[in-house]
Design a protein around this ligand. Sequence first.
Ligand code: GLY
Ligand code: MN
Length: 461
Amino acid sequence: MFHRSTYSTRREELRKNISSGIILLLGNEESPMNYADNGYHFRQDSSFSYYFGLNQAGLTGILDVDSGEDCIYGNDLTIEDIVWMGVQPTIKERAAEVGVNRTADVESLEKELAQANKDGRTIHFLPTYRATHDLKLFKWLKIHPEAIKESVSHELVLAVIAQRNYKKEEEIVEIEKGVDITVDMHIAAMKMARPGMKESEVAAVVESIALAHGGHVSFPVIATINGQTLHNHYHGNTIKKGDLFLLDAGAETPLYYAGDLSSTFPVDHRFTSVQKDIYEVSLQAHNHAISLLAPSIPFKEVHLETCRSIVDGMKSLGFMKGNTDLAVEAGAHALFFPCGLGHMMGLDIHDMEGLGEQYVGYDNEPKSTQFGLKSLRLGRKLEAGFVLTIEPGIYFIPELIDAWKAEGRFKDFLNYDAIEKYKDFGGCRNEEDFLITDDSYKLLGKPKPKTVAEVEALRQY
Ligand code: GLY
Ligand code: MN
């Protein structure tokens, strides 16, 4: 945990940004896999963790904007619980560690909320993403689950984003720990993958490194020879010589700060010549995107510049043709790059996606609906303190190629005959994590191997 003053300061700042009423922050409960006592790994809610630091199930936090008092609610362990789970600090003891003096049990919370409701006080809460949150709001505030969306506090959403979007020094230190672990996960995969192994064997080693550092993975591991499927969580294929292996994986630290990296490597000792050519185009686009990072540039511009770099590269390889700017304007590049260049990162791998991408990533500016661009999670002007990923890729998605070819889509920009020959290429991507500084950017964590030479050096088995 950070020092208690970090949490007190964060709460104080939040209270200042809300006009009046009560801020209700719902912690997470245990999530059973198949019966109540057999749970998934516990993950605290990120906003609860940001303001209250405690990663224990069953807690709720309240910040009273009008009185300035904070309280953590939860039930202490019974003797039965202690028999099974051992002695744990009391909620009072834990709360003191994060600068909260007042604690109470869940029954008191229900009574206090009922009273606040009766008194007509505004009770602010964030968007929910678990049914247990909806049930609590139903029970405590009498808001039907179907009415929760429209009852969310817009004021609170904006205030939380306004804090969490700007990472403080101590958060950067923590994120860099997450990224360093993540780099080790990627290097291990690049060293160990052998023809004949299952993808799951690589995924298991990658995940074990995150666990060994006391945290967890920051999202389900993507470890695949089908890198063209963007969020591919299937690990059942046997990998073979000639395949390209795409790993997209990250660790989160015990404080929940994330790393998120992607790497692509040949299962063989070396890239084939076509793999190398396409990989180089994607790497060049990646490096070009990084070179543009600075405060004030809209990330959408960085994305579009990166698309232009991909089009130029694909033109040089004979896969595309025509005017680069027009091709990007039309969206022809999205055949190979149908997603976004990157996203905010912090306590969530896609930071605060649950609070609303249009606020986190777009500052409430309208988002494009064009295929490709509509998947860009971050478009707003960059500012010092933002932490984001850069992750352009090149994907040959056979079904998309067939569909576009059949309708002759963008045939002035796409050389379908050449593309057809490499329909089984798969996909490649590099991803790294960056902090926007006062005048430039900083790569977070230790550098990961990404040039052809660096990657191939790890494939000499
Ligand atoms: N690295 C997974 C994602 O960004 O969606
Ligand atoms: Mn990512």
